[in-house]
Design a protein around this ligand. Structure first.
Ligand SMILES: Cc1ncc(COP(=O)(O)O)c(C=O)c1O
Length: 447
């Protein structure tokens, strides 16, 4: 007899059944015994109750599921994706040659390297400090990683379950979901569509997509993303000064997600919170090569934890983050880091500008098309996301309507928090031709 395990995954919930398979003959009746399903087998391990608090699946797999279901029913339709926000352009030559050089080195006796420093190579930390931050930060404060999403999870592990957090509403779902996983929250409240225990800072047109900090309660941590995913709003220097002084007054730590910093075009919008006076005492900055250089699949990011940032007992936050990285991470891929070095050469930085210009032209096209069609439209000027208002409507309904009528995949704003309902996010990470075609279809639908 053999035991087989059959698993099927749906929205992150996996069903595992035990199949008892026998190929022996039943001697008495001289018949072959057919496989039969036993009662479901379960381990004796209690599920982490924080995971049962999470809502359905993570947003992007859910969008992919709906898109795939639509394709299955309509195999002949031509789908355009302005959805998940994944980069689409190939990696340009100079940066790609950096990746190739990293791989080639591994094939030589002299160039081969195994595990590297958990904090990243000294060369890349130096170059991030000098070429991205103009030496405003020290190399020792830079932790190179496999991307910002993983860094947010590692920061949450460092903060631990007893921490309280605030998030922009709407916001990138990872801040909320990792808070829930850490046990920082109570249950999801169906009435408010929020997790009890998290402070949701509403960001909408009425406050210029910047939270009303005067009426925001103190939390230990404030997650703040600018330029923002999904609204595309980018905080001005004076808004960031307000945020830093709010954190300082309350003794809070800001986790500033600058993954879209290179898309900033407005002169009064800082690319880093560390440009703000006093930020070094209250802020951590997460960043990533993903959207700079099309490294979403390569995986390379970094976190800056300034030396001045301290816990209430005087411990440097940097020391604890160093502990997390050395214990739970084994250093970013040496090939990816070689690509990162190339990104920060003059040629690489020029190539990044070229990629971003391309996507920003798409953003401008989406933005102007939707404005021409009479919608209230936000974002798309300092960010690759265009945030379109459909007042009074469920964003999931609008998402389905757009998919069915135009075969364009967008993202429903409600997926980013209750404050996102009534909005649709359109991503500029697509080819120019796809954006033009999508705009043509929108004109037909809404014109
Ligand atoms: C705001 C924000 N932060 C972080 C990430 C993830 O970045 P990475 O690819 O470096 O994990 C994303 C990805 O879409 C994002 O939108």
């Amino acid at each position: 007899m053999m035991l087989g395990f059959v698993g099927s995954g749906f929205l992150g919930q996996s069903v595992v059944s035990r199949v008892q398979v026998s190929s022996r003959k039943d001697a008495r009746r001289n018949v072959r015994v057919t496989p039969r399903m036993d009662a479901e087998y379960r381990t004796g391990v209690k599920r982490n109750e924080n995971f049962s608090k999470l809502q359905a699946g993570y947003l992007f797999p859910e969008i992919a599921r709906r898109r795939n279901a639509y394709i299955e029913e309509n195999p002949d339709k031509d789908i355009i994706s302005l959805g998940i926000g994944d980069t689409t352009l190939p990696i340009p030559d100079h940066i790609r040659s950096g990746l190739q050089a990293g791989a080639s080195k591994l094939g030589t006796k002299e160039g081969y390297s195994g595990y590297g420093a958990e904090q990243g190579s000294a060369g890349l930390r130096d170059k991030i400090a000098s070429n991205i931050y103009s030496d405003r930060v020290k190399p020792e404060e830079v932790f190179v990683s496999d991307g910002a999403k993983c860094d947010i999870a590692r920061l949450q592990m460092m903060f631990g379950p007893g921490t309280t957090s605030a998030v922009q509403d709407p916001s990138y779902p990872v801040y909320v979901d990792t808070s829930v996983m850490q046990g920082q929250t109570q249950l999801f409240n169906e009435g408010t569509s929020q997790f009890d225990g998290i402070t949701y800072m509403r960001c909408d047109a009425s406050n210029g997509f910047f939270p009303d900090l005067e009426n925001t309660q103190r939390t230990d941590v404030i997650f703040f993303c600018s330029p923002n995913n999904p609204t595309g709003a980018a905080a001005s220097k004076s808004q960031l000064e307000e945020l830093v002084s709010f954190a300082k007054k309350n003794g809070s730590i800001i986790v500033y997600d600058a993954a879209y910093a290179p898309f900033v075009r407005s002169s009064d919008v800082p690319k880093s919170i560390l440009e703000i006076e006093g930020a070094r005492e209250v802020a951590i900055e997460c960043n990533s090569f993903s959207k700079y250089a099309g490294f979403t699949g390569v995986r390379l990011g970094w976190v800056v934890v300034p030396n001045e940032l301290k816990y209430s007992d005087g411990t440097k936050v940097r020391a604890d983050f160093n502990r997390v990285m050395t214990t739970c991470f084994n250093g970013a891929s040496n090939i990816a880091q070689s690509g990162g070095l190339a990104c920060l050469d003059k040629e690489g930085l020029d190539e990044i500008e070229g990629l971003i210009d391309y996507y920003m032209k798409n953003a401008a096209l989406l933005r102007t098309t939707m404005i021409d069609l009479g919608f209230d439209v936000y974002g798309g000027t300092d960010a690759p996301y265009v945030w379109v208002s459909f007042p009074g409507r469920s964003s999931w309904d609008v998402f389905s309507e757009i998919l069915e009528k135009t075969q364009v995949v967008t993202i429903p704003g409600a997926g980013f928090g209750p404050g996102g309902d009534g909005f649709i996010r359109m991503s500029a990470f697509a080819s120019k031709e796809s954006c033009e075609e999508a705009c043509e279809r929108f004109r037909k639908m809404y014109g």
